[in-house]
Design a protein around this ligand. Structure first.
Ligand code: TEU
Ligand code: CA
Length: 532
C-alpha cells in the first residue's frame, strides 16, 4: 500500500528507546512508551521511525551488542508489544525501520558462546580468530583483539570486547543474517538502518576494515535474499563514504541500498579524532553539502541529518544554545530540510534539546567516552580536558531522556532515570513546545508538511548561491519553479543581496517581510525561504 520509493518523500524520526518514554517506572524507556507517543509523532508528520536496537542485549553498548536478534530486550518489553508497535504505527501511516547490527553480535549470543568453546566447534568460524593480534584498534579504545584464555587465540572486536565481529566470509553467517532479516520483514517492518555496514567486507589479516573488496557483493546478495523488490527503506551507516562510493550503495540499478549515512559534514570541526576539535568553517560546510547535493545526481540518494544517538546535539554544537537557541535551531532545521534527500530527525531535535554537560566521569554512561577517558588519563591527559572533550562530543549528550513536560524528570519517568535528565527540561519540553505556535516544533511540522505538498522539495535541483562566508544560500528548481533558501549561519549580522524578487515567503525564523532581496541585513541566524 506504499507508493514506490515512498522513502524519497518521507521524513524519518529516530528513537533511542532507552531514553524515549518509560511507562513502568524502572527509569528505562520501553516499547509501551513509544506506542503511547505515536499520536505525538503523527502530529509532527513523520512517515517512519528508525528504532535503535530493541533486541535482547546485555547493554554493554546499549543494545548495539545483540544476544538474540529474534527476541525483545527485557527492559523494553515483549515481542507482542513490538508487534503492537508495528501495527499501531502502520495505522498512523508510520513505518518502523529496524536497526540491523550485523557487523558484530554480543559475546553473550549463543553463536559466540559456541564459537569460543573450542577451535573445532562448528561455530568457531562464525567469528574472527587469530593466533596473534595485529595493529587493528577498537573504536572504543585499545586493541581490537581480545585474548581468549581457553583456546589461547584472540578474537576480533572493532568495538567493545563484548561485541565480537562476525565473519562475513562464512556463508553460513550470511545465511543466518538473511533468515533473521526475513523474520523481521515478515512482521511488516518498513526497512532497516544498517549499523557500520561498510565494515562487513573487512579483511582483518590485511588490516582492511571499511570498504573491503567483497562489501558490495555481500550487499547485492543480501538485497536479493531479503528486502529486494519489497519497497523497503534501507539506509547504510558508512563512515568512510565519498559520493563515488555512495553511488555504489544507492544507485537503484545496482540493487543494493536506498541510501547511506555519510559523515563528511560531521567531521569538519574535528582534527583526526572526534575528541580533537577545530573551528567549523562555514565555507567548508557549504562546499561539502553542495558536493553531496550535486554529485549523487540521479545515480544515488542522500540522507540528510545533523543528529543521531552518537553525535552531540547540533544546536549546542553548531547553533547557539543560550541566547539564540530557538532561532539557530530553526535555522539548522530549515537549511537542512530544504535540501534534496531524506531528512532524519533525532528525538528531541524537534524541540531544540541541548547537550548536557557533566563535571565528573562518574556521571558518564557511554562506553566510548568512559574507555577514552581512562585510556587518555593513563597517557597523562588532564581530567579537566577529558571532561571538556566529553562535554563537547560525548554520545551521552544525545542520550539524556526525552523531555515531555515540566514535571519531575521531564515526564520521562516516575522512577530514577537511567541517565540524568537535562536540568533545562523545565523550559525545554514537548508540552511547552505544543503550546507555543512560534516553537521549533512547529517549524519542523511545517517543513514536513511543505515536503508533502511540494514536489520541488523532493526533486528540485540544488544550486549554491554566492554569498558572504557565513551565509549559506542555495536555490532549488523544479518545473520552472524556483525557491531561494538563505541562512545566516552565525550570531553576527550579515549582509545578503540577491538579484531577484520574492513572490511569496515559504518559511522563516524571524517575523520579517522579504520582497526586495537586493540589500538585506540578516539578523543572527536569520533564515528564510522564498519563492522567486
Ligand atoms: O556507530 C558506528 C561508530 O563507529 C560510532 O560508534 C562512531 O564511530 C563513534 O560513536 C563516533 O563518536 C554504530 C552505532 O551507531 C553506535 O551507537 C555503536 O556504538 C557502534 O556502531 C557499534 O555498534
Ligand atoms: Ca521502562
Amino acid at each position: 500500500n506504499k507508493k514506490t520509493n515512498w522513502w524519497q518523500e518521507t521524513v524519518v524520526y529516530q528513537i533511542y528507546p532507552r531514553s524515549f518514554k518509560d511507562t513502568n517506572n524502572d527509569g528505562i524507556g520501553d516499547l509501551k512508551g513509544i506506542i503511547e507517543k505515536l499520536d505525538y509523532l503523527q502530529t509532527l508528520g513523520i512517515g517512519a521511525i528508525w528504532l535503535s536496537p530493541v533486541y535482547k542485549s546485555p547493554n554493554d553498548d546499549n543494545g548495539y551488542d545483540i544476544s538474540d536478534y529474534e527476541d525483545i530486550m527485557d527492559e523494553f518489553g515483549t515481542m507482542k508489544e513490538m508487534e503492537e508497535l508495528i501495527d499501531e504505527a502502520k495505522k498512523r501511516n508510520i513505518e518502523i525501520i529496524m536497526d540491523l547490527v550485523v557487523n558484530h553480535t554480543s559475546d553473550e549470543h549463543k553463536w559466540f558462546i559456541e564459537s569460543r568453546k573450542s577451535k573445532e566447534n562448528p561455530y568457531r568460524d562464525y567469528y574472527i580468530w587469530a593466533d596473534e593480534p595485529n595493529g587493528l584498534k577498537s573504536t572504543f579504545s585499545g586493541s581490537a583483539w581480545e585474548l581468549d584464555e581457553l583456546s589461547g587465540q584472540y578474537y576480533l572486536h572493532l568495538f567493545s570486547k563484548k561485541q565480537p565481529d562476525l565473519n562475513w566470509e562464512n556463508e553460513r553467517v550470511r545465511k543466518e543474517v538473511y533468515d533473521m532479516m526475513n523474520f523481521w520483514i515478515d512482521k511488516g517492518i518498513g526497512g532497516f538502518r544498517m549499523d557500520v555496514i561498510d565494515l562487513i567486507g573487512k579483511i582483518p589479516e590485511k588490516e582492511i576494515t571499511g570498504n573491503g573488496p567483497k562489501l558490495h557483493e555481500y550487499l547485492q546478495e543480501m538485497n536479493k535474499a531479503t528486502f529486494g523488490g519489497k519497497n523497503l527503506l534501507t539506509v547504510g551507516e558508512t563512515w568512510g563514504a565519498t559520493p563515488e562510493i555512495a553511488k555504489l550503495y544507492s544507485n537503484p540499478n545496482r540493487e543494493e541500498l536506498s541510501m547511506i549515512f555519510q559523515f563528511e559534514h560531521s567531521g569538519l570541526d574535528e582534527k583526526g579524532t572526534k575528541w580533537k576539535t577545530r573551528k567549523l568553517s562555514i565555507p567548508e560546510l557549504k562546499r561539502v553539502f553542495a558536493k553531496w547535493q550535486t554529485e549523487l545526481g540521479h545515480e544515488g540518494w542522500n540522507s540528510l541529518f545533523w543528529n543521531n544517538h552518537d553525535l552531540p546535539r547540533i544546536v549546542s554544537r553548531w547553533g547557539e544554545d543560550k541566547v539564540y537557541r530557538v532561532e539557530s535551531a530553526k535555522m539548522l532545521a530549515i537549511l537542512l530540510h530544504m535540501m534534496k534527500g531524506t531528512p532524519y530527525i533525532y528525538q528531541g531535535e524537534e524541540i531544540g534539546m541541548t547537550n548536557c554537560p557533566v563535571t565528573d566521569i562518574s556521571q558518564v554512561e557511554d562506553i566510548e567516552s568512559v574507555n577514552m577517558y581512562h585510556e587518555r588519563l593513563s597517557l597523562g591527559d588532564k581530567k579537566e580536558e577529558l571532561i571538556a572533550a566529553i562535554n563537547a562530543k560525548g554520545r551521552d549528550n544525545a542520550r539524556t531522556p526525552m523531555q515531555w513536560d515540566s514535571s519531575e524528570n521531564g515526564g520521562f519517568t516516575k522512577g530514577n532515570a537511567w541517565l540524568s535528565v537535562n536540568p533545562n527540561y523545565k523550559e525545554i519540553n514537548v508540552e511547552q513546545a505544543l503550546k507555543d505556535k512560534h516553537s521549533i516544533f512547529y517549524t519542523y511540522q511545517k517543513l514536513i508538511q511543505l515536503r508533502k505538498d511540494n514536489p520541488l522539495m523532493i526533486w528540485g535541483e540544488f544550486e549554491l548561491v554566492t554569498s558572504a562566508d557565513n551565509v549559506f544560500a542555495y536555490t532549488r528548481e523544479y518545473n520552472a519553479e524556483k525557491w531561494l533558501v538563505v541562512a545566516n549561519f552565525s550570531e553576527n549580522e550579515q549582509k545578503f543581496s540577491f538579484d531577484g524578487k520574492a513572490k511569496q515567503v515559504i518559511i522563516q525564523n524571524y517575523d520579517k517581510a522579504y520582497l526586495d532581496l537586493s540589500d538585506l541585513n540578516l539578523l543572527p541566524y536569520e533564515t528564510f525561504v522564498v519563492k522567486l
